[in-house]
Design a protein around this ligand. Structure first.
Ligand code: ZN
Length: 315
């Protein structure tokens, strides 16, 4: 039997057919026609699924479930309450897919939750009953696994770790609050803070050289690279991220005490450089200093996590 996983993003729709063990057997990607609205996007998803089935020369009756990871929030019926990147509010994605695929169960979940599930089944959180994943990308996502099951709260609105309030910031979060983890620990946050520092205090940084004076070209990788080279301003940016991520992870350790915490998303590519600092910082905030807490690790599945995790929603 086979499971279909769809990773719906703002630029691309990735889909795959996955085995029960979380192995991707075939995968494909198409562009997300965001500007043409939700009907057209769901039509593309349906097409992609039909193509995948054809490619593996199986039929619909071999499919156990279809799971979709979305950059937003949905309820159990697959009603997407909002999806900022796609400009969606109240889109009945589950119903649209059910019309095409009859009684195959359809699951729609937040993409960070889905990534956490993938890491639990096949990646960095394997063989741990409780795990929490932080995805540090354009924003900060969160996924919580409790006793082997994804936890999204009583209304599907939980696990928004990126909107945990951890301090006071010089700009507001997209959600309207001030001080969300996302505004300290995302790529966006790094870029905003680096630009602020360059403007206010110090133009003497290799970041400016790396982008040939064009500040619009500053990205998180350039800042990370500059920090690794010992650049002072870049390290100030990274240290600030680390400080707040330490607070966020410390809060999770004290409230949930997960067996493992996994860091994924684009910023996790900086590997041990970031991880070593974050581990030290998080442990400053745990209550029982002499007792053991879950390890903090880097996620291992990368771009495939969305396909694998959404497929695993039906296992
Ligand atoms: Zn927020």
């Amino acid at each position: 039997m086979y499971y279909i996983g769809i990773d719906l993003g703002g630029t691309g729709i990735k889909g795959g057919i996955v085995s029960k063990e979380g192995e991707i057997l075939v995968k494909k990607e198409v562009r997300t026609p965001v500007e043409e609205g939700p009907q057209k996007v769901s039509f593309e998803i349906i097409h992609l699924i039909q193509d995948l089935i054809k490619e593996l020369t199986i039929s619909l009756k071999d499919i156990v479930s279809i799971g979709v990871g979305i950059p937003g929030v949905a309820n159990k019926e697959g009603m997407v309450y909002y999806c900022t990147n796609l400009h969606w509010t109240n889109v009945p994605l589950g119903d649209l897919l059910r019309k095409a695929f009859g009684n195959i169960p359809i699951y729609v979940e937040n993409d960070a939750t889905v990534a956490a599930l993938a890491e639990y089944v096949k990646g960095s959180m394997k063989n741990k009953d409780t795990g929490v994943m932080f995805t540090l990308g354009t924003g900060v996502g969160g996924g919580i696994i409790i006793n082997g099951k994804v936890f999204s709260g009583g209304h599907g609105l939980g696990s928004e770790i990126g909107h945990m309030i951890v301090g006071e910031n010089f700009y507001h979060c997209n959600c309207g609050n001030n001080g969300c983890l996302e505004t300290f620990c995302s790529a966006t946050a790094m870029i905003k803070y680096a630009k602020k520092l360059i403007e206010e205090e110090n133009k003497d940084t290799v970041i400016v050289e790396k982008v040939k004076e064009d500040k619009e070209k500053i990205d998180a990788k350039i800042i990370m690279d500059a920090a690794k080279e010992g650049d002072q301003l870049a390290n100030k940016v990274v240290d600030r991220l680390v400080m707040y991520l330490g607070i966020g992870i410390g809060n999770i350790m004290n409230t949930l005490d997960p067996q493992i915490i996994s860091i994924g998303g684009g910023l996790s590519k900086s590997g041990d450089f970031l991880l070593d600092k974050v581990k030290k910082e998080a442990l400053k905030h745990v209550i029982f200093k002499e007792l053991e807490y879950g390890d903090i690790v880097i996620a291992t599945l990368g771009n495939d996590a969305g396909i694998i995790g959404s497929a695993m929603l039906g296992v």
